[in-house]
Design a protein around this ligand. Structure first.
Ligand SMILES: [Zn+2]
Ligand SMILES: [Zn+2]
Length: 225
């Protein structure tokens, strides 16, 4: 069987069987060599955004954000978003690779053991993306874990689209709303999860939306950044 990432190496049936027997989840169709190329974020990180740093302190971006907004985002990531991770996401998200959702289950579970939380709240995927892709790629990565879909994407109304016009307004607009159908106790400690941390804007909006509704957010966690 050809590897989904390098298209060369083969994943033998024996290897697949071994994964299934030893871990109860599958690392389907990614060869050993490709698995070894994902790069963990190790050592000191910014306690605001999870970026690698020489010391465990705040990076320049987070310091600036704290000056402007009076708070930091507090999100950590497990892997570096490098070429290998980009190849994974291309296969997973854009080539219908839903079977690849288990690739990082073990690493995610290990990291979650270090966080004191009660419930994971995933960043929601818009209805358009969900229709196009056929699956929720964020929830997929956290398959089998306690997920509460407390956030929803705000539907853009026609009037607000006309009023906005400018990119700057889109950037600052809160894209999420609370899912009133999901009844979560406000005492529950929430860890917000997403696939990739880029500018931190999405994570900030998600945390702010939850906090403003009275929820207790302890941290954000993404697979990569
Ligand atoms: Zn490979
Ligand atoms: Zn930072």
């Amino acid at each position: 069987m050809l590897c989904d990432l390098c298209q060369q190496d083969t994943v033998t049936e024996l290897e697949q069987l071994k994964y299934q027997l030893t871990f109860q989840y599958r690392i389907d169709k990614i060869c050993r060599s490709c698995q070894g190329k994902f790069s963990l974020i190790e050592g000191n990180t910014c306690r605001g955004c999870g970026r690698s740093l020489a010391k465990q302190e705040l990076c320049a971006d987070c310091l600036q954000w704290r000056r402007q907004a009076g708070c930091i985002v507090q999100s950590q990531a497990i892997y570096h978003y490098d070429e290998q991770m980009a190849a994974f996401f291309a296969a997973y998200k854009f080539q219908s690779g839903y079977h690849l959702r288990y690739t990082f289950t073990k690493a995610i579970r290990q990291r979650l053991r270090l966080i004191r939380y009660d419930t994971l709240v995933p960043i929601p995927v818009s209805a358009g993306t969900l229709n196009r892709r056929g699956f929720d790629h964020v929830q997929g990565l956290f398959t089998g874990m306690r997920l509460c879909p407390l956030l929803l994407c705000r539907q853009p109304s026609k009037t607000s689209l006309v009023q906005q016009g400018r990119e700057a307004r889109l950037k600052t607009r809160q894209p999420f709303i609370i899912n009133s159908a999901s009844r979560l106790d406000k005492g529950q400690r929430i860890c917000v999860v997403d696939d990739v941390y880029t500018t931190g804007r999405t994570m900030r909006h998600a945390m702010l939306c939850l906090k403003e509704a009275g929820y207790r957010v302890v941290q954000g966690l993404t697979l990569a950044r």
